[in-house]
Design a protein around this ligand. Structure first.
Ligand SMILES: [Zn+2]
Length: 447
């Protein structure tokens, strides 16, 4: 039995004041409350019509939660009267957003136990089935300390690099995992995994952390993980948007963008997933928009740092074979391109086969169904080109990584972005099954 624990200094206990004293976070004004809103699902095969002809003429106070070829989920004021139409049907899928927000913190609030939330523990035993750290979500500082703990526990396998600083001076951390970690072995194929590009998609972050944990703790004990770490380089960014993620813990659980200044002082943040430098456009020109793309490509600092880092390692001979960008929600395996359905992705049949393989790996693990969807359809860019502009998926696929996917994790709308902590492990485990499938595919010498 091996037990390690790090207790976070008091200066980091920024959240315990409300965590200890209040049961209702949103009602006290500590976090933004959403009493006045519902999440509405519009069933339609023309989401652009719903958005442009129905929603936008009525209000600019809307937030798209997810969209695909069959429906679009939108946060709308309860006072909005939605007209009946033959073009769509609609239903309320979430009418008490505040309760769901509070549930995502629930186990942290639990017994008013501040150690519970900030105790970064790593317990390992022979069965390796404790998973203590994955019983709840954790704030930024806690996660960064946990990464340090991983580094100190597995010094021969882990390197953590700060690849830049955010607008609010937080480090952007990349975790390298390789048995040849001092300098990545250029002969090894490299796999990149990113989480948390959108701040409110917490499940994507906990899933990257679980992936790190599984790879490291199983190295030497399991043939598969040992082979992965000996033969591949992993580069994992668990929190691509540290400022935004921090903000979801302190101000607004539903924040999506980063926290960078814009030309409008009252509207901060660029949507990182519209900021990448491939097929970028400035059609999302309004800084208050949840999808604001900035004034020029890669204006978002996190994206700029990532671009510099990727260019640097590829110049040094690192070959990126695979890229998985984790998001939520809707249970989709999404393949390029996002910006247009007119450009056929290279090696299309294999790409599709790999997509279905990822989906099947998840289904075999948990029984959950993940749909395989072309990104252009998922985004709706076949109907409105701006919807698919400047994505991480297209940028990585076109310029940097041979095989690239976006995975939208659970659920299908019951909780949306507000997945309760009890789902952290089930989602992490099924996604890790897909990641292993991806590693096996990449390790195929013919690929
Ligand atoms: Zn997302």
């Amino acid at each position: 039995m091996h037990f390690l624990s790090v207790f976070i200094p008091l200066s980091h206990l920024l959240i315990t004041s409300w965590a200890q004293s209040e049961h209702s976070i949103t009602s006290t004004g500590k976090l933004r409350a959403y009493d006045q809103y519902n999440i509405i699902r519009f069933h339609s095969n023309n989401i652009t019509h719903v958005l442009k002809d129905v929603i936008q003429p009525m209000t600019n106070d809307y937030d798209i939660w997810t969209r695909n070829t069959e429906f679009i989920d939108i946060k709308l004021l309860k006072t909005i009267k939605i007209p009946n139409s033959n073009e769509y049907s609609h239903e309320i899928i979430i009418n008490d957003i505040n309760s769901l927000i509070e549930e995502t913190y629930d186990s942290s609030l639990g017994n008013n136990d501040q150690e519970n939330i900030f105790d970064v523990s790593l317990k390992m035993n022979n069965n390796n089935n404790d998973f203590f750290y994955f019983k709840q979500y954790h704030p930024l500082q806690s996660i960064y300390l946990w990464l340090d703990l991983m580094k100190s526990t597995f010094p021969n396998l882990v390197t953590i690099e700060n690849i830049g600083t955010t607008f609010e001076n937080e480090p952007l951390k990349v975790v390298h995992i390789s048995s040849n970690n001092s300098s990545m072995n250029p002969k090894n194929k490299t796999i990149l995994i990113t989480g948390g590009i959108h701040a409110r998609e917490w499940i994507s972050i906990s899933t990257t952390l679980f992936t790190i944990y599984q790879l490291l703790t199983k190295y030497g004990a399991s043939k598969r993980e040992t082979k992965y770490i000996d033969s591949l380089n992993f580069l994992i960014i668990p929190i691509f948007n540290p400022d935004g993620y921090k903000y979801t813990w302190t101000n607004d659980r539903l924040w999506r963008k980063n926290r960078q200044e814009t030309y409008m002082s009252n509207c901060q943040g660029i949507d990182l997933d519209h900021s990448f430098g491939y097929k970028w456009d400035n059609n999302f020109e309004f800084p208050c928009s949840e999808e604001y793309s900035g004034q020029y490509p890669m204006e978002a600092l996190e994206v700029k740092h990532w671009d510099t880092f990727i260019n640097d390692i590829t110049t040094r001979g690192v070959h990126i074979y695979g890229f998985l960008d984790l998001h939520s929600y809707s249970q989709d395996i999404i393949y390029p391109y996002a910006y247009s359905c007119d450009e056929l992705p290279r090696d299309y049949e294999n790409l599709l086969e790999l997509s279905y393989g990822l989906s099947k790996a998840i289904r075999n693990k948990s029984g959950k169904n993940y749909k395989v969807v072309a990104a252009c359809k998922d985004r709706g860019s076949d109907l409105n080109p701006k919807l698919g502009s400047g994505t991480a998926l297209d940028y990585m696929y076109h310029n940097k990584a041979y095989w690239a996917f976006q995975l939208k994790l659970r659920d299908t709308g019951n909780h949306g972005f507000l997945l309760p902590p009890k789902y952290i492990l089930p989602v992490a485990k099924e996604t890790y099954a897909a990641i292993k499938y991806f590693c096996d595919f990449i390790l195929n010498p013919e690929i």
